[in-house]
Design a protein around this ligand. Structure first.
Ligand SMILES: [Zn+2]
Length: 290
């Protein structure tokens, strides 16, 4: 049956997007649409340059936030989305949740902050999940927890490797205890997937914090991060007040965490495709039929 699934090629490749962007007179007429100030070094960089550099700054390597769709387009040769339909629920009747949900949906054009796909990286088939911090800061509510769990189950049943790009503000406070429960649920999903002897690669991107760091994102067989990503559980200010002392420079940044053995490697976005492919091959994945 698997052979009958048709995989769509990514609709907007980066190159196509670039061409469209250059052609669109509305976009080109506005200087603020042509240039973007880099949060890393403060330089004014042409958007074309940023896109050509995989949404990173050519001057200082700052990694701009990207959408989960852009991530899939840059990484994979073809994919199909396997998320289940989403229906809004308000499990603890949080007063402003529905209004906030509508606002986030309108602003981001998303229904929820997660994208799960089954796709190909060269000849290797894999499951890729990406959180999207345009929606509720990528915070983990019941739907995201369930989708992460389903992704592990789907990968395990099919003997596929799984790769998760995290970016999150933590648990979704509007869902109270239900969001906190997702930490246990996703951790169990990782553990069960581990029994299938398949590979789970976790990649933390800027920022990955709170309940997501404290659950599935830190449980990868291999843990990667993008350069400069902020990764932590509690915020630096809270920690500083608790320990009543100074924090080291670079605290909670990917480079600091790698030095302390929390991460296996920091991978630049432009090298991500090649790096992931190499890891998959090293673990014996190869040559699936398209
Ligand atoms: Zn820069």
């Amino acid at each position: 049956m698997e052979q009958n699934i048709r995989y769509e090629k990514p609709v907007i490749s980066i190159i196509k997007r670039l061409r469209k962007f250059r052609k669109d007179p509305k976009e080109a007429a506005l200087p603020e649409k042509l240039f973007e100030k880099c949060n890393g070094c403060g330089s004014l960089i042409s958007k074309n340059k940023i896109v050509e550099n995989f949404f990173t700054c050519p001057e200082c390597n700052y990694h701009f936030n990207i959408t989960s769709k852009d991530r899939m387009d840059m990484l994979l040769d073809g994919y199909r989305i396997i998320n289940r339909p989403f229906k809004f629920t308000n499990p603890i009747d949080f007063p402003t949740y529905k209004a906030k949900y509508r606002e986030n949906k309108k602003k981001s054009g998303l229904k929820e902050g997660i994208l799960t796909v089954e796709g190909y990286l060269n000849d290797i088939k894999l499951i890729v999940v990406s959180l999207d911090n345009r929606f509720f800061m990528g915070s983990m509510g019941s739907y995201i927890g369930e989708e992460i769990t389903k992704a592990f189950e789907h990968a395990g049943e099919r003997d596929l490797p799984i790769l998760i790009f995290s970016t999150s503000g933590g648990a979704r406070m509007q869902e109270g205890i239900f969001s906190l429960m997702q930490m246990a649920k996703t951790s169990i999903a990782v553990d069960r997937y581990g029994e299938t002897k398949n590979l789970y690669i976790s990649c933390m991107t800027h920022p990955t914090t709170g309940g997501v760091t404290a659950s599935f994102a830190s449980l990868g067989d291999i843990i990667l991060a993008e350069p400069g990503a902020l990764i932590g559980f509690a915020g630096a200010r809270v920690i500083k007040e608790t320990i009543k002392g100074e924090l080291p420079e670079n605290f909670q940044r990917a480079e600091f965490l790698k030095e302390k053995g929390f991460l296996d490697e920091i991978v630049h976005r432009k090298d991500m495709r090649e790096y992931i492919y190499k890891l998959l091959k090293l673990h014996g994945y190869r040559g699936c039929k398209k």
